[in-house]
Design a protein around this ligand. Structure first.
Ligand code: HEC
Ligand code: HEC
Length: 321
């Protein structure tokens, strides 16, 4: 009877801590940010903007909305896309501090409205315009004068949306959307992509190819740190360090969680976000597949063990009863 009372008290305390104190402390320490369900209509940007920027943002997003209504022609868009490919090509070099990402899966992982906004004005679309006196000096800024007619913008976006190159893997989505800035050690990725396999020289024990690669990575990281004010953190274990809600709302609009941050909004749609999160979960917890596979065996072991323990108990007590 006494044990039962003690158990009751312990259980009550645990439940109070779990449902009462912890959520309260959490809500005090982390401000709750509502997501916008990956709708990129500029609403949050206009709300957060300082007085002198509000009107410009309102006008910008209203124009984006108008372009979104146009019917894009993917065939005409392919010709215009040549402008994009001038920067976004295989093996592109760093420009203005960052290397343009591959756009192989852009149509699948980015939202349509976001893409329109991005071509109109990359700094505004990604909500880092506060960094620029003149937003055309953004590394992708010159596109706004190269492709400026609303119909041309609608066409390129229609082309990207139509181009979907097969199923996107979580890793591909991550590399396209985040990889140019964030390394992922557990995923064996640097800002330059997959870490190549190299071999040491048998006689000297030195791996010159690796040294050369490391130097290139160091140069890329230095350029990124100049561009962004700091080197973006490695994201190997971010999935375990932060809640999924934080990651979602942060990636949707970094300014909402960290005002003034240099991280741009990435404009992921639902598919893109899901894939990126899947990759972060995979690298954040590399032993999960092995653990999941082990699970059923552990359960079977416990069942057998329980039966044996029960039989043993019965045989031990049978003379006493
Ligand atoms: C153009 C570069 C750039 C891209 C692309 C980028 N980030 Fe970032 N990210 C940054 C920078 C810079 C910071 C540091 C922010 C700060 O401290 O102000 C950051 C910070 C973060 C943080 C916060 C870490 C913490 O705990 O504070 C997370 C999470 C993150 N990025 C996730 C992502 C994901 C996921 C993607 C891809 C969908 C992505 N980032 C794409 C530049 C980038
Ligand atoms: C002058 C070179 C240049 C041109 C032209 C250019 N881009 Fe970019 N683009 C960049 C750079 C540099 C970045 C990376 C910017 C950053 O991370 O801050 C980028 C980033 C992007 C991103 C990723 C955005 C994100 O939020 O993750 C997309 C999508 C994109 N460009 C699409 C396009 C399309 C579509 C076109 C053609 C209509 C185009 N770009 C033309 C240089 C260019």
């Amino acid at each position: 009877m006494k044990e039962l009372k003690i158990f009751g008290i312990v259980a009550a305390f645990t439940l109070i801590l779990y449902w009462g104190v912890e959520p309260f402390a959490h809500s005090q320490m982390h401000k709750h940010v509502e997501g916008h369900n990956l709708v990129y209509d500029g609403k949050a940007d206009i709300e957060e903007a300082s007085k002198d920027k509000k009107e410009a943002k309102k006008k910008f997003w209203a124009e984006v909305k108008e372009i979104a209504k146009l019917k894009g022609d993917p065939v005409a868009g392919e010709a215009t896309y040549a402008m994009c490919a001038g920067c976004h090509m295989e093996g592109a070099a760093n420009m203005g501090g960052v290397t343009p990402p591959s756009l192989d899966h852009a149509g699948a992982i980015y939202d349509k409205n976001f893409l329109i906004a991005l071509i109109k004005n990359p700094a505004m679309a990604t909500n880092v315009d506060h960094k620029y006196k003149d937003t055309s000096t953004h590394p992708m800024g010159s596109i706004s004068s190269m492709v400026s007619a609303p119909q041309d913008i609608a066409n390129v976006v229609a082309y990207l949306k139509a181009k979907k190159a097969g199923e996107v893997t979580p890793k591909e989505a991550y590399i396209e959307a985040c990889g140019r800035c964030h390394a992922n050690r557990y995923g064996k990725l640097t800002q330059l992509g997959e870490i190549p396999k190299t071999k040491s020289n048998i006689k000297t024990g030195q791996d010159i190819e690796k040294m050369k690669y490391d130097q290139k990575v160091a140069e890329e990281q230095a350029a990124l740190a100049d561009y962004l004010g700091k080197l973006p953190p490695d994201l190997s274990i971010i999935y375990r360090a932060r809640s999924e809600h934080f990651l979602h709302t942060f990636v949707e609009n970094p300014q909402s969680q960290l005002a003034g941050t240099a991280m741009p909004r990435t404009g992921l749609d639902h598919e893109g976000m899901e894939k990126v999160m899947a990759y972060l979960e995979e690298t954040g917890d590399p032993s999960k597949p092995a653990r999941d596979a082990l699970g059923p065996y552990v359960l079977i072991f416990f069942v057998i063990f329980t039966i044996l323990a029960y039989l043993w108990k019965k045989s031990q007590w049978k003379d006493l009863h």
